[in-house]
Ligand binder design. Structure first.
Ligand SMILES: Cc1cc2nc3c(=O)[nH]c(=O)nc-3n(C[C@H](O)[C@H](O)[C@H](O)COP(=O)(O)OP(=O)(O)OC[C@H]3O[C@@H](n4cnc5c(N)ncnc54)[C@H](O)[C@@H]3O)c2cc1C
Length: 390
């Protein structure tokens, strides 16, 4: 297969020289583990004590990884990306909320992004939300462990179910695909059950509701196949975002502390095998499944492209999407779009101080996946050189 991801001219077509240099500076900083640690603590401290650092954060990490502070802000970026065939998923990245008002606000934001998606169908084909955006983490955990709720907890849980129902019905009515993110394993069982109910209800004709499976979990391939069996028996379509998983360290340390078997694959190679097996299975069953492959991994992406050719699946078949995060792996996103594949990038937005946990996770992820940061740096350097010589 032709190595299309090395084409840096296509990868950075939307970045002017100044933006390219900023990206280089940013990834250089992120590649320094100590700097990321100090920077994260300083940013948290400055925000908590209301020091005027928002301008600095916006000009550096925020604008690189986020579309803006509001959904309206993002539209400029959405249109710009879509001019090169790359779609967006507007991702309200405010996390860790605990009150009913905040959960209602998250639902309203999800409904707003579904409406945006309806208006700009191809440019914003998906909406997304996190289960714990709609209700307390603790309740998902308790439900998953089958522990009895108190009366008021039951009422709270009913409101969570109602929020799921309102969002999913709205996506169905407006014909907008809806992704539901996956989180920590000890709250995920309850979320999976609710999403299964939503798929049963709204995926009868095609996949509209997409759950997420994290393939760093060794039990997810079996989970996926079982879900597919259920869907075939009952007559609905399975929509799944397949990712490797973002919470590995905390999953491992919690398992160690609680003396239970870690849900995470033994090593990276095992996760890679698991991920590739899941996306292969889904691609081979597209008559009843739809796949959103959320990954920055080049070899998994090449493998999927090869499989699509092998099975005669059109590049822009609506049941097969590639996804990356805004500010990362543009070489994959823009080169895929340049070859007519369906690609959507998560475009996070929200007030600067509220998005900080998301930004810190991105910085830490790029630090811990050293190979990924080095790849970003070397691609940017290649493009800077290419422009100089052009
Ligand atoms: C569009 C999109 C949506 C996403 N949505 C979610 C979501 O809903 N929930 C979520 O949890 N994450 C989500 N992620 C993040 C994702 O799970 C990964 O953390 C991230 O994409 C890195 O994995 P990769 O496949 O891109 O790249 P790679 O660099 O190939 O893989 C890195 C990943 O491999 C796994 N890994 C690394 N080392 C080991 C090891 N020693 N043993 C076992 N496994 C290891 C980890 O999962 C790590 O994140 C999303 C990512 C994208 C692009």
């Amino acid at each position: 297969m032709e190595k299309i991801f090395n084409n840096t001219e296509v990868a950075f077509i939307l970045k002017n020289n100044k933006e390219l240099k900023r990206a280089h500076f940013l990834f250089k900083m992120i590649s320094n583990r100590a700097l990321v640690k100090i920077g994260s603590s300083l940013a948290n401290f400055a925000i908590k004590t209301h020091l005027p650092v928002q301008g600095l954060i916006r000009a550096t990490v925020f604008d690189h990884f986020c579309g803006g502070i509001s959904e309206n802000d993002c539209l400029k970026v959405v249109d710009r990306m879509y001019s090169k065939g790359v779609s967006s998923v507007l991702d309200y990245s405010v996390e860790g909320k605990e009150t009913e008002e905040q959960f209602d606000a998250a639902l309203n934001m999800t409904l707003k992004t579904i409406a945006f998606a309806k208006d700009r169908h191809q440019a914003i084909p998906f909406a997304v939300f996190k289960p714990t955006g709609f209700g307390r983490f603790f309740l998902f955990e308790k439900k998953g462990e089958k522990l009895p709720f108190t009366k008021s907890e039951q009422q709270e849980w009913d409101r969570i179910l109602e929020r799921f129902e309102i969002a999913c019905k709205d996506a169905f009515d407006k014909d907008v695909y809806l992704l539901i993110d996956a989180e920590h394993s000890w709250m995920q069982d309850a979320a999976d059950e609710v999403v299964l109910e939503m798929m049963r209800k709204y995926n009868k004709e095609k996949a509209i509701i997409f759950n997420t499976v994290q393939m760093y979990r060794w039990d997810r391939l079996e989970f996926l196949k079982k879900l597919h069996e259920t869907a075939k028996n009952e007559g609905f379509h399975v929509g799944l975002k397949v990712v490797r998983g973002a919470y590995m360290e905390i999953e491992r340390s919690r398992a160690l502390e609680g003396s239970y078997t870690s849900p995470i694959c033994v090593d990276k190679a095992a996760t890679d095998i698991n991920f590739d097996a899941a996306v292969t299975y889904m691609l081979e069953n597209l008559d009843t499944m739809a796949l959103f492959a959320g990954t920055h991994n080049e070899s998994s992406s090449y493998m999927l492209m090869e499989l699509m050719t092998k099975h005669n699946i059109r590049h822009n078949d609506t049941r097969m999407w590639f996804g990356q995060l805004y500010g990362m792996s543009d070489n994959i996103s823009y080169n895929l779009a340049d070859h007519d594949y369906n690609v959507a990038k998560y475009l996070p937005f929200g007030p600067v101080n509220e998005v900080m946990p998301y930004l810190i996770r991105r910085a830490e992820e790029n630090t811990s996946v050293a190979g990924q940061t080095n790849r970003e740096l070397s691609l940017i350097e290649t493009e800077i050189k290419r422009r100089k010589n052009a």
